[in-house]
Design a protein around this ligand. Sequence first.
Ligand code: SAH
Length: 256
Amino acid sequence: MGSVVFIGAGPGAADLITVRGARRLAEAEVVLFDALTDPALRELAPQARWIDVGKRGFCHAPKQTEINAMLVRCAQQYQRVVRLKGGDPSVFGRLEEELLALAAAGIGCEVVPGVTAAIAAAAATQRPLTRRGLGRSVSLSTAMTKEGSLAEATPPSADTEVFYMAGRQLGALSRRLLDAGWPGDTPVLVVSQAGTPDQRASDHEVATLAAASMLHAGRPAIVTVGAGARPVLAADGRSPHAATVPHPAAAGTPAA
Ligand code: SAH
């Protein structure tokens, strides 16, 4: 019986994986990976059998229970199994279910962290998630419920709220944030494909967030609301860095 290493692949670009993650990959006999990971990561484990368990690898997306069962079967067959996940495995990665399935089968596991999309978006736009005095707390939320609808409005949980899986529902998220008590002029940063060469970022306000829909349609996107969405400004009011590429179709102001 083998063991399973969960590895965070980071947000897209292959060189954002950790050194430990790359080392474990190089030892893998089989790698189960998701749709969001960079194909260039394959070069880190050319010896391994790579199995796509994301949407693109099958005519239907495998259900979580099928992935759990595949992981167990692989660990019974191979000594070194890697489960490669986009971003960090512990953030909206269904890690709990997979850990439980492996524990039930008596299979040992290790988790190697990765750069989660919220952090990649902050780095790519040079917008720190915490700010001295103004941004003392950060929350990571999914905009969706288990059933796939938008989660209920709850009062702001942190000075900076970061939403995953909101890309398709930015208009509804805007209304939800207003209902939750965020002022309409609160800054919102939307970054899609963060950490990849095709990254896109735009600035909005809570009340007008719906305008970001077209620009980021069909792309994995992170929505940062509140203190961490503000550009870093020098004393003269100018942004010291031009970190992101404006898009001609930007409905909001391109992020500086
Ligand atoms: N475990 C992943 C999150 C998986 S949930 C992580 O830690 O990043 C999938 C959601 O993550 C997407 O709907 C999107 O909101 C976000 N996401 C993943 N990769 C992204 C990227 N490169 N840029 C922006 N958002 C991304």
